[in-house]
Design a protein around this ligand. Structure first.
Ligand code: ARG
Length: 459
């Protein structure tokens, strides 16, 4: 007769709702592969301490590989009493190899098993995240490299500030993601810690060789405290914090691009591949991809915050609350992966309207340069800032641009203004200290300096 793995001490039946409530197989089955990997390594370690004979190990390993193959082929048949992926795999193993299967769990607990599985699973996901993140950084850098000549207003408070290059903006996103890449790599040593051999909490009575296990499974180090080993989920919290940070960067980029894609700005057009229409308003082309990127940042942050609440107030070692780590983690991994790939596609395919960007470059964005002009004549910046502000006000009153003020106007503001002010206003100071690929602001091309707003070519 069938019994639960832990059924020995029980006489009464589990309430059906409780049974479903407790069951995690529907979502933790995606760890089937790492669970098998962990069990194969553990079987080998049991042979080394004399619990299994070499022949028993072989049969168990073969049985585990068969179970793994059933999962791969989509023919694994979960049973009603399979509580989670660990019990499911063990149950199936015993069906294949007989009572010998019952030897595998010697000295092991699902507590050290599940902690090992999640770490192994997440280490695989980190590799994918790294690849996806690099893909996004690559398209940002490639676009920046191809589109150095587009100028637009740089905004603070969403008000026109100073002229910048489009490439400068793209690379600002790339810098955030590059730091995220560094941070991701720094997480790995803290994920790559082997809990197996911690037992339920107090360690492994058969003294399995944990260095051997770590090597077999590719862990960088072993959990040196078993109470910590079974309970630590900081690596999950950290991964979700990291994901949340990535998503704040994603959200900022999405918000910028949403604004720039409006008819009012018109700086960019999203590709049809990443836009959707309206069921009512036929003219609409909505930036749903970007809005979802922005929206998912809330969800991913929420997963992290929710799980922190789960951890808060737990007593030491394993508690079933910890089973609540998987759904938010899986959801975060899935959504982050989708976001990174979608963002890469959106950035790679959007169309840039250099002429619209240039048209937004009204001369007032050179007001700072006007102030700097007087600084070069020896006047303190605080004063020149004020003078330049008055020039802007005067131009506003005259309904002209600041470079259209007369020489008499300029003189009336400050006697240090001379004819060369008109030339100075032509030059501006576009990104002089942060031009992406060259040491100087003009990319080494003096022709470009002559008119900062002139577009060399509108690709
Ligand atoms: N499904 C459980 C989890 O995800 C596995 C560990 C269960 N351990 C236990 N003693 N009930 O956390």
């Amino acid at each position: 007769t069938k019994q639960k793995l832990w059924g020995g001490r029980f006489t009464g039946k589990t309430d059906p709702l409780m049974h479903a409530f407790n069951q995690s197989l529907k979502y933790d089955q995606r760890m089937h592969d790492v669970d098998i990997r962990g069990s194969i390594a553990y079987a080998k370690s049991l042979t080394l301490v004399g619990i299994l004979t070499k022949d028993e190990e072989k049969r168990i390993v073969k049985g585990l590989q068969d179970v793994g193959k059933e999962w791969e082929d989509g023919v694994f048949r979960p049973q009603e009493d399979d509580e989670d992926i660990h019990t499911a795999n063990e149950r199936r193993l015993s069906e294949i190899v007989g009572p010998l299967g019952g030897k595998l769990h010697t000295g092991r607990s699902r507590n050290d098993q599940v902690a090992t599985d999640v770490r192994l699973w997440l280490l695989d996901q980190v590799k994918d995240a790294e690849k996806d993140l690099k893909g996004l950084i690559r398209v940002l850098v490639e676009r920046a490299d191809n589109e150095k000549d587009y100028l637009l207003p740089g905004y603070t408070h969403l008000q026109r500030g100073q002229p910048i290059r489009w490439a400068h903006l793209l690379l600002s996103y790339a810098f955030s993601f590059k730091n995220d890449l560094d941070r991701l790599r720094q997480l790995v040593p803290r994920i790559s810690v082997l809990p197996l051999g911690s037992g339920a909490l107090a360690g492994n009575p058969f003294l399995v060789d944990r260095e051997f296990l770590a090597k077999e499974l590719g862990f960088q180090s072993i959990a040196e405290n078993s109470l910590w080993g079974v309970a630590d989920r900081d690596f999950i919290a950290e991964y979700m914090m990291w994901s949340s940070l990535v998503m704040t960067h994603m959200s900022k980029m999405a918000e910028d691009l949403i604004v720039y894609s409006t008819a009012e700005f018109g700086f960019i057009t999203l590709s049809d591949a990443y836009s959707t229409g309206s069921s009512m308003m036929p003219q609409k082309k909505n930036p749903d991809s970007l809005e979802l990127l922005r929206g998912k940042s809330g969800r991913i942050f929420g997963n992290m915050a929710g799980f922190m609440m789960t951890l808060k107030g737990l007593p030491s070692t394993y508690n079933k609350d910890l089973q609540e780590d998987k759904e938010p983690l899986f959801d975060t991994v899935d959504n982050l992966s989708a976001c990174l790939q979608i963002a890469e596609g959106v950035v790679a395919t959007l169309e840039v309207h250099g002429e619209k960007m240039r048209a937004a470059l009204t001369m007032d964005v050179l007001a700072t340069d006007l102030a700097d002009y007087l600084v070069r004549k020896g006047i303190p910046f605080r004063e020149t800032h004020h003078v330049s502000g008055r020039a802007v006000a005067l131009a506003e009153a005259r309904q002209c641009q600041i470079n259209e003020l007369t020489m008499a106007d300029f003189k009336s503001l400050n006697k240090e203004f001379t004819e060369d002010i008109y030339k100075a206003q032509q030059q501006g100071n576009v990104s002089s200290n942060s031009y992406p690929t060259q040491a100087s602001g003009n990319g080494g091309n003096p022709a470009r300096r002559a008119n900062p707003y002139a577009q060399q070519d509108d690709r």
